[in-house]
Every structure is written in C-alpha cells, then in structure tokens.
Write a protein that binds this ligand. Structure first.
Ligand SMILES: [Zn+2]
Length: 130
C-alpha cells in the first residue's frame, strides 16, 4: 500500500489536483501543512513591510504624520503662549493700578501733612502777631 499523500489541492496550470508529496503531519506534507504555510506567509509579510519602509511613499506618509503632529503641538504651544501673555498683561495692569493707588495714597498723605504744617505755621504767626 502507498504512503498517504498530502491532502492539499493545488492548481497546476489549468488543472486542480492533489499534492503528490507524502503526508508527514496531520495529512499534509511539510510544504502544505497549515502551520508551515502560516509561517511562510508571516515571513513574506514581514519582508514586505521591511521593503515598504524603504519606499519614498512610506517616508512621505511618515513625514506627513510628523508634520500633522507638530502642527497640533504648535497650536497647543501658541494657545499656552497666548494664555501666558494674557496673564502677564493682567498682572502688569494690576501692578500699575496698585502703583497708582499707592501714589495717590502717598500723595494724599503728603497733602495732609502739608495742610497740617500750614495750619501750625498760621497758628504760630497768629500768636506772634502784635
Ligand atoms: Zn503538499
């Protein structure tokens, strides 16, 4: 009796026929066993990916992605900068207002002291007056 043959149906020209190899595992030859075919497919896929990464289209695609990413970062940074500028400007306004308040208060103090000194001087001259 013949050894069992591989059960894989293959296309040979216009005909479909069974593989002529001896079945070694699970009814398949070592070429057509599903695990072997899967492994070959994965290897081919990996090689294809590696080759694809060297193409200008892939590099262009990566560059476009990077540009988009950088543009998004730019938008975030610009909005942070705007926010910082608003805060600085608000702080400058507050300091300016506080400075004015201080000047005003100080000015009022000086004016009050001046008025007081004037009153004292008048009292003194009134007393000295004949
Ligand atoms: Zn086979």
């Amino acid at each position: 009796m013949d050894k069992p043959k591989c059960m894989k149906k293959i296309t040979a020209g216009y005909h479909r026929r069974r593989c002529f190899n001896d079945a070694i595992r699970d009814g398949y030859c070592q070429v057509h066993h599903p695990d072997a075919m899967k492994a070959r497919m994965a290897k081919r896929q990996a090689a294809y990916e590696e080759r694809r990464k060297t193409t200008p289209w892939y590099k262009l695609e990566q560059a476009a992605k990077r540009i988009k990413q950088l543009e998004a970062e730019g938008v975030t940074l610009r909005s942070a900068l705007t926010q910082a500028e608003i805060e600085v400007s608000a702080r400058a306004d507050m300091e300016y207002a506080a400075g004015n308040e201080w000047k005003e208060a100080n000015g009022r103090g000086k004016a009050a002291a001046y008025r007081h000194a004037l009153i004292l001087a008048r009292q003194m001259t009134d007393e000295e007056a004949p």
